[in-house]
Design a protein around this ligand. Structure first.
Ligand SMILES: Cc1cc2nc3c(=O)[nH]c(=O)nc-3n(C[C@H](O)[C@H](O)[C@H](O)COP(=O)(O)OP(=O)(O)OC[C@H]3O[C@@H](n4cnc5c(N)ncnc54)[C@H](O)[C@@H]3O)c2cc1C
Length: 373
């Protein structure tokens, strides 16, 4: 079969693959973006939409720095994609809060935030623990059970479906080849020389990026890499549009640009089970109503579950194969938050053919898993 030749192949058209593919194409690399399609697990179509920093990287300050760098890249990403596609990504970065419903939760949170600040060292980490009276002025309608919150200025949210749509749109407008219904199962690998067959076509390139979400676990060993990711289920509820305005997102409640509230999200270790569970939905709704009692008056209009792409330690995996240089992996469980970094920092590294040493702590070698041949 004749091959279509590209400068780069990206496998997986979710938020991670699309951000990288767009970043590569933007730098002038002819890129093919191959996506399995509707039968695959697709976290990018079922997430919560936070661009979230404050909970990231306890015990791993390099992850905190990478997440902060991504949040800082987001405004330029949103502006660039907006100018090219006309899509308003709904980015708002007013800061965010993690609400605490008991003194124990507040004390635990305070200890966590203090540790993160200490670990950040010279890089700094700005946060405040805010007691209920001050918090009530910041967040009208707060329930009496809320005793306080942690706040950082770095947090925000965006519309994740518009982000995905805009990444695909900008990519194809710039001449990128998006190929849906193209599941990659195997390929030929040699240093800086890769070929895969998908969707009845053969694609060849000197670089390949495996960004197939949960599909990476099977795919990575075929390219001398390892991606020991597992599914973790999350459930999300959406209310009808509210008259009330929520000035900033919380870890589990955010108001969309259109006015609906999104409530969630759970962290359930249930394998590939995508069913929704009434008990978990009830817990999500109960906690939301404790935080803001007026939410109890709003009907739920939609609910879903989706599977996160989770590494054993919850951190991203970025790697280049030592056996087959030019083959890269990219996995993470915060693909909305990290879209800025993926498009604007990681893609240029891949284009240059070398990951920056700042990403060394993210290699799969940290799990002591030997990349299969
Ligand atoms: C409930 C929930 C809430 C979340 N909330 C947030 C949040 O608030 N903020 C945040 O930053 N992140 C959040 N996330 C995480 C975020 O959604 C994921 O990190 C991100 O979507 C992962 O993107 P991905 O491209 O790696 O994976 P996916 O979206 O799963 O995409 C993988 C793609 O690869 C394709 N594929 C798979 N196998 C193959 C193959 N063999 N060949 C070709 N294509 C293949 C699939 O078709 C799919 O399109 C949440 C996730 C969930 C589930």
């Amino acid at each position: 079969m004749r091959s279509d030749s590209f400068d780069a192949i990206v496998v997986g058209g979710g938020l991670v693959g699309a951000a990288i593919a767009w970043g590569l194409q933007r730098r002038g690399l002819a890129t093919a973006l191959l996506d399995e399609g509707d039968t695959a697990y697709r976290a990018s179509r079922g997430n919560f939409g936070l661009v979230w920093v404050q909970s990231k990287g306890l015990g791993a300050p390099w992850y905190q720095r990478w997440t902060r760098a991504s949040a800082a890249e987001w405004p330029a990403l949103a502006e660039d994609l907006g100018a090219r596609t006309g899509e308003d990504l709904g980015l708002r970065q007013p800061g965010g809060v993690h609400l605490c419903l008991s003194d124990t939760e507040m004390a635990d949170r305070a200890a966590r935030m203090a540790r993160m600040q200490a670990e950040a060292g010279n890089h700094g980490f700005e946060y405040r623990m805010i007691e209920a009276p001050e918090l009530r002025a910041m967040l009208p309608g707060l329930g009496p059970r809320v005793v306080g919150a942690s706040w950082t200025p770095y947090d925000g949210h965006a519309n994740p479906l518009r982000l995905l749509h805009a990444l695909h749109g900008a990519f194809t407008q710039a001449g990128g080849a998006y190929v849906p219904n193209a599941r990659v199962e195997a390929g030929q690998a040699a240093p800086r020389d890769f070929a895969v067959t998908a969707g009845g076509r053969r694609f060849a390139a000197p670089r390949i990026v495996l960004a197939a979400g949960l599909g990476n676990a099977d795919l990575a060993p075929r390219f001398g890499l390892s991606a020991p990711v597992r599914p973790q289920r999350g459930q999300v509820l959406v209310t009808k549009r509210a008259a009330e305005l929520m000035p900033m997102p919380t870890t589990t409640i955010r108001q969309t640009q259109e006015g609906s509230l999104m409530l969630g999200d759970s962290m359930e270790e249930v394998g590939f089970d995508l069913r929704q569970s009434p008990e978990v939905m009830r817990q999500i709704a109960d906690r939301a109503v404790l935080c803001f009692p007026w939410i109890g008056r709003l009907n739920i209009v939609r609910a879903w579950s989706a599977l996160r792409v989770m590494a054993p330690d919850g951190l991203p995996i970025y790697d280049e194969s030592t056996r087959f240089p030019g083959a890269f992996t990219a996995n993470c469980h915060s693909g909305v938050t990290l879209a800025g970094a993926h498009a604007r920092l990681l893609a240029p590294m891949i284009a240059e053919g070398r990951l920056d040493p700042m990403l060394d702590p993210f290699t799969a070698g940290r799990f002591d898993v030997r990349a299969a041949s």
